[in-house]
Design a binder for this molecule. Structure first.
Ligand code: ADP
Ligand code: MG
Length: 326
């Protein structure tokens, strides 16, 4: 018998298996497979829940991540999954496994950042768990939020011919990390996108309230990988325009020196921007959408994801989206 390796199955293969094995229940509107689970509360509201693990050496490096910004980031990346459904964050739960090397003062800095960020989104810390870690610092954050019944934006709602939009700019966080790992100091704007990303809660709420989007998620593993989740769930394909990708000033500046870095905007990850589809073709100019959204392509009826250059040739991205096991 051959022993199956996690690296062959992949993170998403493993999740698909869990999805097939887990049962459902009448009040569970959505279980495994979207940014949040959705549970019916009463005839008006649904409960949204999402959980994230953040492990030292995998998700963060204490050589360049201070404890206060780390506390902030743990909250923002978790609340980003509530934003990705169009919901309102309410309650946070925090699990911490502390290595012997961490001081009380450092943990207090972490808590300060965590609580300040939670307050920014109107969320309250309501519980958690604390233990010792024989290895790295490990953090688990769970967020609950709510949304009006039937308003949550899921990954499977895209339709053929719809426009694909993304909020903000892409690749800043991944570029900052690449520069940090190379021992270079990134521009402060790039650095803050990596160390203290923002969750796009207000934008997500507007899109769900005004019924402007059909499918949505937040980009955590890279544009191509996360768009792939919408395409797989919706059974469709997409065409992206390379020249349409929204890039920040500091990103464009570094890109001029090394054009291959465009792959960080396509597959770098940790953008925490909202990626959504819409039958509306005019949202890039729609009033009140903050941050601005950019149209980057179209949903097509055939399967597959193609990226077109200005001269209409196809672009092949050499990077794969983030998968914990490959
Ligand atoms: P996101 O990037 O939005 O946080 P993930 O890719 O981490 O989403 O997870 C995709 C889906 O799989 C989510 O619905 C999540 O709850 C579920 N999931 C991931 N790992 C597990 C697990 N170990 N057990 C049950 N569900 C899981
Ligand atoms: Mg998500």
């Amino acid at each position: 018998m051959t022993i199956e390796k996690l690296s062959d199955l992949g993170e998403f293969g493993l999740i698909r298996r869990l999805q097939q094995q887990a049962g459902g229940r009448e009040d569970l509107v959505r279980g495994i497979g979207d940014d949040c689970a959705i549970q019916r509360q009463d005839s008006a509201r649904e409960l949204l829940t999402s959980t994230d693990l953040l492990i030292e050496g995998v998700h963060f490096d204490r050589r360049w991540t201070g404890m206060e910004p780390l506390g902030r980031k743990c909250v923002a990346v978790n609340i980003s999954d509530i934003a990705a459904m169009g919901g309102v964050p309410k309650t946070l739960f925090l699990g911490v496994a502390c290595p012997p090397t961490i001081s009380v003062a450092e943990l207090e800095q972490f808590t300060r950042g965590f609580l300040a960020e939670a307050q920014k989104y109107g969320a309250v810390l309501a519980g958690g768990d604390t233990c010792a870690s024989p290895g790295p610092l490990m953090i688990s954050v769970t967020v609950q939020g709510d949304i009006a019944c039937g308003k949550a934006l899921c990954r499977d709602g895209a339709g053929a011919g719809e426009a694909i939009y993304v909020s903000g700019t892409l690749g800043d966080s991944a570029l900052a990390l690449t520069l940090l790992q190379a021992g270079k100091g990134p521009d402060p704007q790039l650095l803050s996108r990596h160390l203290t990303p923002a969750a796009r809660v207000d934008l997500g709420r507007q899109l769900s309230d005004r019924q402007l989007a059909t499918a949505m998620l937040d980009i955590s593993d890279g544009l191509l990988s996360d768009l792939g989740h919408i395409l797989a769930a919706s059974g469709l394909g997409a065409e992206l325009e390379l020249a349409a990708l929204p890039l920040s000033g500091p990103f464009s500046k570094v890109l001029r020196e090394d054009p291959t870095l465009i792959d960080l905007a396509l597959a770098g990850g940790e953008d925490y921007e909202l990626l959504f589809t819409s039958p509306r073709q005019d949202l890039a100019r729609a009033a009140g959408l903050v941050p601005a959204v950019t149209r980057i392509g179209n949903i097509v009826p055939r399967e597959g994801l193609q990226i077109r250059c200005r001269d209409n040739s196809l672009y092949h991205c050499s990077r794969k989206g983030f998968d914990h096991f490959s």
